[in-house]
Design a binder for this molecule. Structure first.
Ligand SMILES: *[C@@H]1O[C@H](CO)[C@@H](O)[C@H](O)[C@H]1NC(C)=O
Ligand SMILES: *[C@@H]1O[C@H](CO)[C@@H](O)[C@H](O)[C@H]1NC(C)=O
Length: 559
């Protein structure tokens, strides 16, 4: 999967650079230039690999003075919530493993917290590191970007002047990603439209391709909804990525250019090559530390017809990556997209709708604690790949169905006090009576051009309707209120929309809160017996029949 291939590309880059360095070393037999030191020179790209420096002349200067002033990796830094900074370096940057502790962020005042490798940004976005924004730098505006250096240079840096710093970008006013389709370039933009409220007309904006304002090419914006802006592709060719952003045009005023991390490669996706056969159903989901739950969820859904799983990973630090690797080894198609942007759930779903539209007909927008269930499946001794598909119209274009909507039922802790080792489908069997909300399976060709969505529900094109499935036909088992340690972990991190207001005393009556929970992360009395109005063992019975490996273990427990 992503992490794996990322590692592979590092290994390959490392191998090439090592080879060149060793070659050089051999040719010159230079005692002061070890291959390791050569490696540490920040290189812009592999294509522009600088020629080896001339052999040093014999010198009596102490080693210290022969060294060049350290140069940072080129990158751009963005302030994100909780005083953290994301430093993004271009995809071609040769990084030296182990990435976990090889780099530091260096601020103008020379404070130098460690830079933790965070992930590869989707598509052409580069690599992200995270570091702290030290208190010493918060006192005065403007804030400045840190520079990324190899940790070994720390000592050396103290005595050296740094290049002039640039102003730190902010996560709440930025073009943070892009996705190129055959006809347009879709930009993800923070700070222009608010999430639900008023959006401005597309004519207020233009897309700007290229850094340099004298040569930049501008194209119209065809849709501007939520954080998703669609631009016409410019008439240009080229295989090198260029920067792309949005400008806000207000009558008579000077255009405001939005800072951007996004890149556009003119030659990409001119015609979408269908390299991959389209599957019937993909699943799109946001995850944070879902490693423990992933295997059960993927195995179950893959047996009933979900062929591809696209996980938008909000900077997990559990064993998610390892779980994904082992599932892939077993043949499951699980992909991850690193997606850290604050409050970017809707945007993540829009992104996934573009991504999945290339590889699937339908996309189910569900979480890893949600499982589709049709009561009719209880009659089948084995799961079958057509099962989920049978809930969808055979001819969505003829029937004009753009979305299928399925009601959710919410399970309580069912007397569990820790994560049930046989899995959530075995462990949680008691739920609230009323069904709540719904989840959608979207017919991707029918999506509205705006890609507008409200958590798990999309806007479809004019003429397409949403089909509401009867609860006797299908439901979603939502394992929402799990054993206290699980529930608490989930609430603390606020991955999903319904936990946003967890620690604030706002909205205490909201449907999204756990009823009676208040705003403190303390286990409420008798938590394990809460939300238990109806015993519902349908899923337990079904999964035992389909996935029971022995009397007491389930197929997903083996690994
Ligand atoms: C990711 O997690 C952070 C930190 O808890 C949160 O602020 C942010 O909204 C999350 N992003 C998404 C897309 O869920
Ligand atoms: C939970 O435990 C209580 C008390 O022992 C019992 O009455 C109830 O049936 C149990 N509920 C479930 C879902 O097992």
């Amino acid at each position: 999967m992503a992490r794996k291939s990322r590692k592979n590309s590092f290994v390959i880059i490392l191998a090439i650079v090592t080879f060149l360095a060793t070659l050089y070393h051999h040719l010159h037999q230079s005692p002061s230039l070890t291959s390791a030191r050569f490696l540490r020179r920040p290189l812009e790209t592999l294509d522009s690999l600088p020629p080896p420096p001339p052999p040093p002349r014999p010198s009596l200067l102490p080693l210290q003075q022969q060294q060049q002033p350290p140069r940072p990796l080129s990158g751009v830094a963005v302030l994100i919530p909780d005083w953290e900074v994301l430093v993004i370096v271009p995809p071609q940057t040769p990084l030296i493993p182990p990435l976990e502790n090889n780099y530091i962020c260096v601020y103008p005042d020379k404070s130098s917290p460690p830079a933790k490798f965070a992930g590869k940004l989707p598509f052409n976005g580069g690599y992200a590191f995270k570091c702290e924004f030290p208190a010493s730098n918060r006192r005065r505006l403007p804030f400045f970007q840190p520079m990324l250096f190899c940790a070994e240079e720390r000592e050396n840096l103290l005595s050296q002047p740094l290049p002039p710093p640039k102003e730190l970008l902010r996560w709440n006013f930025i073009v943070y990603d892009s996705f190129t389709t055959e006809n347009d370039v879709v930009l993800f933009v923070k700070g222009v439209n608010n999430r639900q409220g008023a959006t401005r007309p597309p004519s207020d904006f233009r897309c700007v391709f290229g850094h340099d304002s004298s040569t930049a090419i501008k194209t119209p914006v065809t849709s501007a909804s939520q954080e998703v802006f669609r631009c016409l592709r410019p008439e240009m060719t080229g295989s090198r990525p260029i920067s792309v952003t949005i400008e806000i045009v207000e009558n008579d005023r000077r255009a405001v250019i939005i800072p951007s991390l996004a890149q556009y490669t003119p030659d990409n996706e001119r015609t979408i090559m269908q390299s991959e056969k389209k599957s019937l159903i993909c699943a799109c989901t946001m995850v944070y530390n879902a490693g423990k739950f992933l295997r059960e969820w993927v195995m179950f859904h893959s047996k009933i017809g979900v062929d591809k799983f696209i996980l938008y990973d909000n900077d997990s630090d559990d064993d998610l990556a390892a779980q994904v690797v082992s599932l892939r080894k077993e043949g499951f198609d699980v992909r991850t997209v690193y997606w850290v942007w604050p409050k970017a759930q809707e945007a993540g779903f829009s992104h996934c709708s573009l991504y999945s539209a290339r590889i699937c007909e339908w996309a189910a927008f569900v979480d890893v604690d949600e499982f589709f269930l049709s009561p009719t499946w209880l009659d089948s001794p084995h799961p079958a790949a057509h099962m989920l598909g049978s809930l969808l119209p055979k001819e969505p274009d003829l029937e004009r169905v753009g979305q299928v909507s399925i009601r959710c039922i919410e399970f309580g802790p069912s007397n569990q006090t820790t994560h049930p080792i046989e899995g959530v489908t075995q462990g949680y069997t008691c739920r609230r009576q009323a069904d709540q909300r719904h989840k959608s399976i979207v017919y991707l060709p029918a999506l509205d051009h705006s890609l507008k969505n409200a958590v798990h529900h999309f806007e479809t094109r004019v003429g397409y309707k949403t089909l509401h499935v009867e609860t006797s036909q299908a439901i979603v088992n939502h394992y929402k209120y799990q054993a206290w340690p699980e529930f608490q972990a989930k609430f603390r991190r606020r991955v999903s929309a319904y936990v946003i207001d967890w620690q604030q005393n706002l909205n205490l009556e909201s449907n999204d809160r756990a009823p009676g929970l208040g705003s403190k992360p303390i286990e409420p009395p008798e938590w394990s017996q809460k939300f238990c109005e109806v015993r519902d063992e349908r899923m337990k019975v079904l999964t035992k029949m389909w996935f029971g490996a022995s009397e007491s273990t389930m197929a997903w427990q083996s690994a």
